[in-house]
Ligand binder design. Structure first.
Ligand code: ATP
Length: 239
């Protein structure tokens, strides 16, 4: 069995403070896991460990059979917020192309032709090609979110981590972002971990759901986890 992620009794700390304790779960190649939990539950913290950015933990966590820090180049992370403070406005195409260049740890300003072509291909795949020449900073929140997903695809990741990709989006933008993620799942078959406060829009693509609240509350299929008594144990009974 090929597992992309294997966690066993994983406890993640910040200077000794236990942000999230005792997580045990596995994710197979091609599966999408929806990571659910209230504010401060540890969702972003877990994504940062999976991305190899945060290394203060104990217990076992393997990504592609190795410690996450050793496989960073096979993983892409789409942050919850992203601001660009460049003096010259960057176009959407520049921002997406940067996704390939960051991989090598440097940003080149002479962007190679093949990188531009690939960026256009990725924008087209997500239905965003018409935005290529627009300044990134002028896009709506929903368009920015999809451009950031396009940027993450530039490094041809095998694991895609998305931190609340639907938060702050209006209903139409949520549908567009969800369609982009469905397309990535259906046509690229990427393994994904998506944090969210609301599983409903993403339920179609969720193979697994994990509910955490500074510890593991439940992990399993959506049918196993999304039960009133389990959700109610964290968020209180439905009113
Ligand atoms: P939200 O839904 O509000 O985004 P979350 O589930 O993503 O929350 P995290 O951001 O992972 O939660 O935070 C989990 C805990 O870790 C919180 O108690 C938070 O204060 C703490 N924490 C997060 N980042 C740091 C940090 N850099 N240093 C110290 N503590 C941190």
């Amino acid at each position: 069995m090929e597992y992309v992620i294997e966690a066993e009794n994983l406890t993640i700390t910040y200077n000794g403070y236990e942000a999230v304790k005792d997580l045990t779960f596995k994710l197979k190649k091609g599966e999408t896991m929806l990571l659910l939990g209230p504010n401060g539950a540890g969702k972003t913290t877990l994504l940062k460990v999976l991305a190899g950015f945060h290394t203060e933990y104990r217990g076992k966590i393997l990504v592609f059979g190795k410690p996450p820090v050793e496989v960073k180049d096979r993983v892409a992370y789409v942050p919850q917020t992203f601001s660009l403070n460049t003096r010259v406005p960057l176009s959407v195409l520049d921002v997406v192309a940067m996704g390939a260049l960051y991989k090598r740890g440097v940003v080149h300003f002479n962007v190679p032709r093949e990188v531009i072509d690939r960026a256009l291909e990725v924008l087209d795949f997500l239905g965003l090609k018409h935005l290529a020449e627009r300044p990134f900073r002028e896009l709506s929140g929903g368009q920015k979110q999809r451009v950031l997903i396009a940027r993450a695809l530039m490094s041809n990741p095998e694991l895609l981590l998305l931190d609340e990709p639907l938060s702050a989006l209006d209903p139409k933008a949520r549908i567009d972002a969800t369609s982009a993620l469905s397309k990535i799942k259906a046509e690229i078959g990427l393994t994904m971990v998506i944090t969210t406060h609301d599983v409903n829009p993403l339920i179609e693509i969720g193979d697994k759901v994990m509910l955490i609240d500074r510890r593991l509350v439940a992990f399993g299929t959506p049918e196993e986890v999304l039960r009133d008594e389990i959700i109610g144990s964290v968020y209180g009974p439905a009113s």
